[in-house]
Design a protein around this ligand. Structure first.
Ligand SMILES: Cc1cc2nc3c(=O)[nH]c(=O)nc-3n(C[C@H](O)[C@H](O)[C@H](O)COP(=O)(O)OP(=O)(O)OC[C@H]3O[C@@H](n4cnc5c(N)ncnc54)[C@H](O)[C@@H]3O)c2cc1C
Length: 418
């Protein structure tokens, strides 16, 4: 997507062209700044993380691609539904319960196509995009980020200078590892095994595109069920790393089959379905960076942290942090202030939303907690839960329910970051 050789210097260099990097790139480039996105992979490429939250609406609208989403073949998602360990379906959480309007629905996307759409939009807004180039390291001078060292597609090594370096490298978290500010999320050490399946039995009508979460019998693991276009369903099992991998000698195929055998509600849906590619595995994906920005650098999306796949908040937070960081960067150019304080000025507000998600994630993994029992005792909390599942964590106060959840043994978490 780059027509010319990259220059030696840019206003902003962004490492990674996923949803976070593409968002910042578009919103900074459209303000007339010189932006280069450096992406290791050639697009389109497979990526897990297919279920969006309705809260992505605001950023997609600002980026000008909400209408393109409406025209896409992506399956519409109106709700999330949980199945109990005994295989009983709970009432779905419909996103329109709080606000029956268009933005209370969203999509189940193929990331190969969604990420391509996002990066094409950034390019269209004026960002240069270099695919197939690997950022080897961020360069610092007296604690200030000044550029990157890159392995180019032709294998030559290049230094590219930048006034601001944005780390959007996803789970690679280049800067957090380099500065040793990467912290694992101790309470959430999970792993996942997943693939795509064709011919799975899906629900119909408004529930056709619902994300379904199936607990296994002893609550040692859970499955995601994400219906995609063309009769394909993304299915994956998630469990504690120790449980899923460390104390077992089986192959991922055997582990997947063993967990499926403990999932009475999912098993009949998948029987006879065709698995479209060998199972993929990923682990230790929950972590955070203790610092979001420093002089000349800022972290967004997964490079800043990732909570857990359970509520599909990853892309929403990637878009949100990408948008907030873009505003901080544009402001930095207006003020001529590229300090960490300016570039990370969005941190406290951003982390407030992350914490709301994280608290609900901890509720899910607390064995004494169940949404059913909780809502029978506190029916007034349903609105807050739906708001979190929608991604309405920056527009509505949603912290009211965590005190009540503590009664069910749910730990309360609060992030702080500089
Ligand atoms: C098992 C699992 C299931 C998930 N399911 C969901 C879901 O259903 N819904 C959801 O919203 N989220 C989900 N997520 C999370 C979601 O995938 C991420 O949060 C999201 O992709 C983050 O976007 P990003 O732009 O920050 O990072 P990424 O999408 O990872 O993009 C980072 C980019 O940086 C590039 N890169 C990395 N290192 C370098 C380098 N050195 N040089 C150049 N380029 C580099 C990579 O190639 C990549 O394209 C899931 C995550 C996991 C682990």
């Amino acid at each position: 997507m780059i027509e010319t050789e990259p220059k030696q210097e840019y206003d902003v260099v962004i490492i990674g062209g996923g949803p976070a990097g593409a968002t910042t790139a578009a919103l900074v480039a459209e303000q007339g700044h010189d932006v280069l996105v450096i992406e290791r992979d050639q697009f389109p490429r497979f990526k897990i993380g297919e279920s969006l939250m309705p809260g992505t609406y605001w950023t997609l609208q600002r980026l000008g691609i909400f209408d393109e989403m409406k025209r896409s073949v992506f399956v519409r998602k109106h709700s999330v539904q949980f199945y109990t360990p005994s295989g009983k379906a709970a009432a779905p959480f419909y996103f329109s319960e709080n606000e029956p309007i268009e933005r209370s629905q969203t999509w189940q996307v193929l990331r190969s196509e969604f990420d391509q759409m996002m990066i094409a939009n950034a390019h269209h807004k004026g960002a240069q995009v270099l695919h197939g180039a690997n950022v080897l390291e961020v360069l610092f001078e007296e604690n200030k980020a000044v550029g990157v060292r890159v392995k180019m597609p032709d294998k030559s090594i290049r230094t590219i200078k930048a006034t601001v370096v944005v780390d959007a490298s996803g789970q690679s978290a280049l800067v957090a590892h380099k500065l040793k500010i990467w912290e694992k999320e101790d309470g959430l050490q999970n792993a996942a095994i997943f693939s795509h399946f064709e011919g799975v039995r899906r629900d119909t009508g408004i529930d056709e595109g619902a994300t379904i979460i199936f607990h296994t019998e002893k609550q040692d693991s859970w499955f995601w069920f994400i219906p995609l276009a063309n009769n394909v369903v993304s299915i994956g099992v998630v469990g504690d790393i120790e449980f899923l991998f460390k104390n077992r000698s089986e192959t991922p195929e055997e582990i997947f089959a063993a967990e499926l055998a403990k999932c009475p509600a999912l098993q009949p849906r998948i029987e006879g379905a065709k698995q479209l590619f060998p199972l993929k595995t990923t682990k230790e994906f929950s972590y955070r960076s203790s610092q979001l920005a420093g002089d000349g650098w800022v972290l967004i999306g997964d490079a800043a942290g990732f909570v857990d796949p359970i509520y599909s908040s990853g892309v929403f937070l990637a878009l949100k942090s990408g948008e907030m960081a873009a505003d901080a960067i544009n402001e930095a150019f207006t003020q001529g202030d590229f300090s960490g304080r300016q570039l990370g000025s969005f941190g406290p507000e951003y982390l407030r939303g992350v914490d709301a998600m994280k608290n609900l994630v901890y509720a899910f993994y607390t064995r004494e907690f169940s949404f059913g029992r909780f809502l029978r005792k506190y029916p007034e909390c349903r609105k807050d839960i739906v708001n979190i599942l929608v991604g309405n964590v920056y527009r509505e106060p949603v912290n009211g329910l965590f005190e009540q959840m503590a009664e069910f043994g749910v730990p309360s978490v609060q992030s702080s970051s500089t």
